[in-house]
Design a protein around this ligand. Structure first.
Ligand SMILES: *[C@@H]1O[C@H](CO)[C@@H](O)[C@H](O)[C@H]1NC(C)=O
Ligand SMILES: *[C@@H]1O[C@H](CO)[C@@H](O)[C@H](O)[C@H]1NC(C)=O
Ligand SMILES: *[C@@H]1O[C@H](CO)[C@@H](O)[C@H](O)[C@H]1NC(C)=O
Ligand SMILES: [Zn+2]
Length: 476
């Protein structure tokens, strides 16, 4: 071999990315079937009126409808970015067992002293703004409403959440051909780089397509893992609908890594499914949580403090019903119409055009530790709810056996609150059988600001839950 050839081969060994022209030939499994190639039942998305349905996020309880943009958050200059500082803000768990509790909480929220982080029928987690601590303390004591402080200083938790990688990890990162780890929460660039790396490295089973663009023009990348067998089932998994729920994209990419890197030795249950993953549904919001406001929830279309729609209130089944707001400033703003937002619309269009016949739709959120099935829009159940309950319980059992975390199973409207316009109800309306919203860890100790050291344990136990689902899908 000439020395030039040697150099090229060496480079190829070090970094398959540099050598994509050599390995990135079109392979079976790379072309995704579409509806023009596979006959599918047709679903109408556009006729639904302001109905009623939902999504279920443990964290979307009190439908507070703000009337004006919020300009009073303190900001600090950092790396040329105005970052919102949560110093002195606290998170409390408040009992809602007393009949006046919801009224009092709603009042405090309308005065902008607190913001809801979510809850269930017996308790609610609230963010108490720094200047309001005294007032809220006095109010709850006065009304005899029980609470306890989960987070004393939110900014401190934010500062400790995502420490830099140590030297060893950085070195490994350089050698791997992608920057993704599960020891840190990564920026979108690292996540997308990881997806592209897998497609280049395993072209016979992994492929990546952008199914559309976010409002700010970022790709909505879906990664498919499939060996192309005609008999395969299909499963769709997404994460990161809500920007601040960082554990969600981290867990979804962990699944991707497990299946793509170990496909040859994976179980038949895994190998007999065409997997579609969209790890970051809301890339603009996700980047915004890294750069500006750690606790941003919505997408970023619109203006100022009232920018953004809640993508999980924007899906077109029973859109505009309970637990969704018509006010743009609200954290649960439903958008101007069903699928008004580019990110939810891209998903709808993908489902419309894909030839895949999905047996399951899983959407990962945080937090609360719930496995929720439809419906979310109202207290109603689909005909196969018993089956969904049974399979949900089996998944919860596998999670607990693997990592010890307890996940509660139920319908989202029943266990939590009605929330219309969610992706899960919409998926179920397309007759996708196993549709679940999974609220990952924790139950409020850290809430959205779960330290990066939790990524691996949370992902590992949820992989066990996913295996149960895969086995069930293969039995259908
Ligand atoms: C939609 O909402 C409008 C006003 O809120 C109401 O008049 C109408 O009956 C609703 N339509 C449906 C189908 O619920
Ligand atoms: C509601 O949340 C509280 C606090 O996290 C928890 O102790 C309780 O078990 C939850 N109840 C249900 C029914 O989910
Ligand atoms: C709390 O603040 C509101 C106004 O923001 C005020 O009306 C109320 O009296 C205050 N409550 C207490 C107990 O200080
Ligand atoms: Zn969520």
């Amino acid at each position: 071999m000439g020395s030039l050839t040697k150099t090229v081969v060496l480079l190829c060994v070090i970094s398959s990315v540099l050598c994509t022209p050599f390995i990135n030939k079109l392979q079976p499994g790379q072309e995704w079937p579409t509806r023009s190639s596979v006959k599918q039942p047709y679903h109408q998305f556009d006729e639904i009126e302001n109905g009623t349905i939902s999504d279920t996020v443990a964290t979307e309880v009190a439908a507070q409808e703000e009337k004006a943009p919020e300009n009073n958050k303190p900001k600090v200059k950092e790396d040329d970015v105005e970052r919102i500082d949560y110093s002195g803000a606290q998170v409390w768990k408040v009992s809602t067992k007393k009949s006046n509790a919801h009224r009092v909480i709603n009042q405090l929220a309308s005065e902008k002293l607190i913001a809801s982080w979510g809850g269930n029928h017996t308790s609610i987690d609230i963010l108490v703004k720094p200047k309001a601590v005294e007032n809220v303390t006095a109010t709850l004591k006065n009304k005899d409403i029980a609470y306890y402080i989960m987070i004393e200083d939110l900014q401190q938790r934010i500062d400790e959440e995502n420490p830099p990688l140590d030297e060893n990890e950085l070195e490994l990162q350089d050698r791997r051909g992608h920057r993704m780890t599960w020891k840190q929460y990564h920026r979108l660039e690292d996540i997308h780089g990881f997806l592209d790396y897998l497609a280049k490295t395993y072209p016979s089973i992994v492929s990546v397509n952008s199914i559309g663009k976010s409002h700010e023009g970022r790709d909505l990348k879906v990664l498919r893992i499939s060996d192309g067998k005609k008999t395969n089932k299909a499963v769709f998994i997404d994460g990161g609908i809500h920007a601040r729920e960082w554990i969600s994209p981290a867990v979804v990419t962990y699944f991707i890594n497990q299946f793509a890197e170990n496909f040859d030795v994976e179980s038949d249950d895994i190998r007999n499914i065409d997997w579609y993953f969209l790890p970051v549904v809301n890339p603009d919001g996700y980047e915004y949580t890294h750069k500006t406001d750690r606790l941003w929830r919505k997408n970023r279309r619109g203006f100022g403090g009232c920018a953004g729609a809640d993508l999980n209130r924007n899906f077109g089944y029973q859109w505009g019903g309970k637990g969704a707001s018509r006010y743009p400033c609200s954290e649960i703003y439903r958008g101007s119409g069903p699928f008004s937002e580019p990110e939810s619309k891209a998903i709808a269009q993908f489902f419309k055009s894909t030839g895949a016949d999905f047996s399951a739709y899983l959407t990962y959120h945080s937090y609360g530790q719930y496995l929720l099935y439809p419906w979310g829009y109202d207290n109603a159940l689909p005909p196969d709810h018993k089956n969904l309950e049974t399979v949900g319980k089996m998944m919860a059992q596998a999670i607990q056996k693997t990592g010890g975390s307890e996940y509660k199973v139920g319908s989202s409207s029943g266990l939590l609150y009605p929330a219309a316009g969610g992706s899960d109800d919409w998926a179920k309306s397309l007759n996708i059988k196993y549709t679940y919203t999974i609220e990952l860890s924790d139950t409020g100790r850290y809430g959205f600001v779960l330290p990066a050291s939790y990524i691996e344990p949370v992902a590992r136990e949820n992989l066990a839950g996913l295996r149960v689902l895969a086995s069930q899908v293969n039995k259908e």
